[in-house]
Design a protein around this ligand. Structure first.
Ligand code: AMP
Length: 283
């Protein structure tokens, strides 16, 4: 396992691999690694010769200063977790902000064809320009053949697919299924900040998605949305930010179902100031 903290050292090492025809997989992360992240790394290891894992808490994708400052940073532990995979073909890029942005910590503006305006885009202004900026930087630097993104951030994954299709030499983007705790809670670095009580109770998030999926067989979208909002109205620990049912390709909120289309439910909740998201395919 090799660890790089500056792009000027990473680039030549990758060029050497590429000139000897080695395929490069890429797993971008913000660290505080958990088994969900490791499932992406394992997938990449199984289909490419070398896997680059980036560990970087990207400031421009945070629309909330305290979320950024409270975001867990556990580099030593992250490196140990990756080491425990016993793979000598993992390459880590864990830069400082200046190596990525220089002195200009700003987002570029992107047009993702409207995908960026729904859900996370509505509630986290500027978030997807920040995501686009860092992912484009990393794609240009690493030039992976395949990049792996989690289904948990489904909207992000679609946006990255779009980005990969509009930039030069973009990678194939593969979406990896959500890795969950035993109680169904989607693994997330932010889970580390939950109290034991919140963490134990957080199964209600996934449970509500499963309930929505069941209701989707027989109920209207409006009544499903009402049922899920009602469920959270009385909840002592979790406050619903949004529950949405949308077309799985365009992410446009659905009001009724059309034959032949695929739909997903998306949810965002707050446990105090900790924001958790989850999603499920409905059909
Ligand atoms: P993050 O460090 O939260 O930015 O996540 C890095 C990558 O890991 C993103 O592509 C996420 O969608 C993915 N990821 C995060 N949590 C999970 C999970 N529970 N299961 C699978 N992938 C995940």
């Amino acid at each position: 396992m090799q660890v790089f903290t500056v792009k000027s050292a990473l680039r030549p090492a990758l060029s050497e691999l590429q000139s000897s025809q080695k395929s490069i997989g890429f797993v971008p992360t913000m660290g505080a690694l958990h088994d969900g992240h490791l499932s992406l790394v394992k997938r990449s290891l199984s289909v490419t010769d070398f896997t680059v894992v980036s560990i970087f808490v990207n400031p421009t994708q945070f629309n909330n200063a305290s979320d950024l400052s409270n975001y867990p940073r556990t580099l030593e532990r992250d490196l140990e977790k990756l080491q425990s995979l016993h793979a000598d073909n993992i390459i880590i890029y864990a830069p400082e902000i200046s190596d990525v942005y220089g002195l200009d910590v700003e987002s570029q503006s992107f047009d993702f064809g409207g995908l960026e305006n729904q859900m996370e885009g509505k509630f986290r202004p500027g978030h997807f320009n920040g995501v686009g900026t860092i992912v484009k930087f990393l794609f240009d630097l690493i030039q992976p053949k395949v990049a792996f993104f989690g289904e948990k951030d489904f909207q992000q994954a679609l946006i990255v697919k779009k980005l990969a299709s509009i930039i030069k030499n973009g990678p194939v983007v593969e979406i990896v299924p959500i890795f969950r705790e035993q109680n169904g809670l989607a693994m997330s670095s932010r889970n580390e900040r939950l109290t034991t009580e919140q963490r134990n109770e957080a199964f209600v998030i996934y449970e509500s998605l499963q309930r929505a999926k069941k209701l989707f067989e027989s109920e209207s979208i409006a009544s499903i949305k009402e049922a899920i909002s009602a469920q959270f109205q009385s909840h002592a620990l979790f406050k619903l930010e949004y529950f949405e049912i949308a077309d799985s390709e365009t992410l446009i909120p659905a009001t009724n179902c059309e034959a032949g289309k695929r739909y997903r439910a998306f949810i965002a909740v707050f446990a105090n100031d900790i924001r958790l998201i989850d999603t499920i395919s409905l059909n």
